[in-house]
Design a protein around this ligand. Structure first.
Ligand SMILES: Cc1cc2nc3c(=O)[nH]c(=O)nc-3n(C[C@H](O)[C@H](O)[C@H](O)COP(=O)(O)OP(=O)(O)OC[C@H]3O[C@@H](n4cnc5c(N)ncnc54)[C@H](O)[C@@H]3O)c2cc1C
Length: 380
């Protein structure tokens, strides 16, 4: 085997697909079913607005791949270019949006600024008190239930081995690479990719690479179905604590929402995140500003998911700093859904070719070792 991938979320399944497409022999090991970690819980936002600037090349690569997903994977993963609208209600938030738009332009992200009249003409019913908005027409959403199984099935058709309900126990380094001991036997490969999501820091720690990861659960909800009227994914620019809600309407009419409430704590064992009903009224209050019609609508379900948040809110991506042949890609800090296909292609490129055109410097694992040694300022 050339590569073992540990963790079958979006990152692991996408990397497996792109490694197999490059002709490498790959085994993916997932302790539950593929895509049932943070990935399935996602809101499904395919958003570039507001991203850390040095993440934009990766986000652009990923956006291109989302556009090719149906043809590439042979299945509709409900990627829709609905646009991403972020409403603005205060002058300080307008200044923040303009500063971000100016800074992001050289990185290839063009945001349109809409005034109040334009918002109300183009998106009736949204944010009646909004003074402006940013609009990113090429962004949108995808279905978090479909994408990881679609990558896994496509990888399997290319010859990759997908092993589910298989927990990784021991990992040893050998003369040829790595031996991974699991509940379904031992597997060996020359290279190892750690895509274990919120559990990724545990694997990194085994190789002497401590990472400050906190498992948390963003809280999501969905309403009863309404007539389908809202096209874009809708969010907000705000400095006001507890007002940063977001929502989108799926084609079946339900409105999916999140944000505004604090993320819940999640114990890594067993890693099941539970939504807290006490936080729902805060979310609904924030959402009302974006879509007053939500006032009269019933919420039919709430949920959460276990996501790994790093201290600087950036993921770990790249080669291990201690162990040749080991690669990490985890800790996507609540914004990995958009990045997933690009992460998979980039990690496959890095593993197969030894390099990638995507800048990964800000995501290197040793930035945390530098922090411990007091050299953090340039890295953060
Ligand atoms: C509620 C919620 C909403 C979100 N909304 C958005 C959004 O709208 N837009 C966006 O861009 N991002 C969003 N995110 C973030 C995004 O979903 C994640 O960043 C992304 O899905 C992470 O993918 P992953 O493959 O790294 O992790 P996961 O999907 O968690 O996959 C990791 C896998 O590793 C497996 N694993 C761990 N340890 C072992 C082991 N020892 N042996 C075998 N398998 C193991 C786990 O079982 C798991 O399946 C959201 C996240 C959550 C939780």
């Amino acid at each position: 085997m050339d590569v073992i991938v540990i963790g079958g979320g979006l990152m692991g399944t996408a990397a497996t697909y792109f490694l197999a497409r490059r002709g490498l022999r790959v085994t993916l090991i997932e302790r539950h079913r593929v895509g049932t970690g943070a990935t399935v819980a996602s809101f499904g936002n395919i958003r570039r607005t507001g991203r850390h600037l040095t993440q934009l090349p990766l986000a652009h690569r990923s956006r291109t791949l989302w556009g090719e997903a149906e043809r590439m994977l042979g299945r509709d993963v409900e990627f829709r270019v609905a646009g991403h609208l972020r409403l603005i209600f205060e002058e300080d938030a307008l200044a923040d949006m303009r500063a971000y738009a100016t800074a992001a332009r050289p990185w290839g992200l063009e945001l349109e600024e809409l005034g109040a009249n334009e918002i109300h003409a183009r998106f009736p019913g949204l944010g009646p008190g909004a003074i402006a908005a940013s609009y990113s027409p090429q962004d949108g959403s995808g279905n978090p239930r479909l994408i990881a199984p679609a990558f896994a099935d496509a990888a399997q058709r290319l010859g990759a081995q997908i092993i589910e309900e298989c927990e990784v126990g021991g990992i040893d380094t050998t003369a040829a690479g790595f031996r991974v001991t699991t509940s379904k036997g031992s597997f060996e490969a020359g290279r190892l990719l750690n895509t274990a999501g919120a559990w990724g820091a545990r694997i990194a720690a085994r190789f002497g690479e401590p990472v400050p990861l906190t498992p948390r659960g963003p809280q999501m909800g969905v309403t009863e179905p309404l007539p389908h009227r809202v096209l874009p994914v809708v969010g907000i620019w705000t400095r006001r604590h507890g007002m940063d809600a977001y929502f989108r309407q799926v084609e079946r009419g339900n409105i999916i929402f999140g944000g505004a409430a604090e993320r819940v704590d999640v114990p890594l064992d067993p890693g099941h995140a539970k939504a807290d009903p006490a936080r729902l009224p805060l979310q609904l209050r924030a959402l009302r500003q974006l879509l007053p019609a939500l006032d009269k609508v019933s919420v039919i379900r709430t949920w959460s998911g276990c996501e790994g948040y790093l201290a600087d809110m950036l993921p770990v991506m790249g080669p291990s700093a201690t162990t040749p042949g080991l690669f990490h890609s985890f800790g996507f800090s609540g914004h990995g859904f958009q990045l997933g296909p690009g992460v998979g292609e980039t990690m496959a490129e890095l593993i197969a070719m030894g390099d990638t055109e995507i800048p990964l410097h800000d995501f290197r694992i040793e930035r945390f070792t530098l922090m411990v040694n007091g050299e953090s300022s340039a890295a953060m």
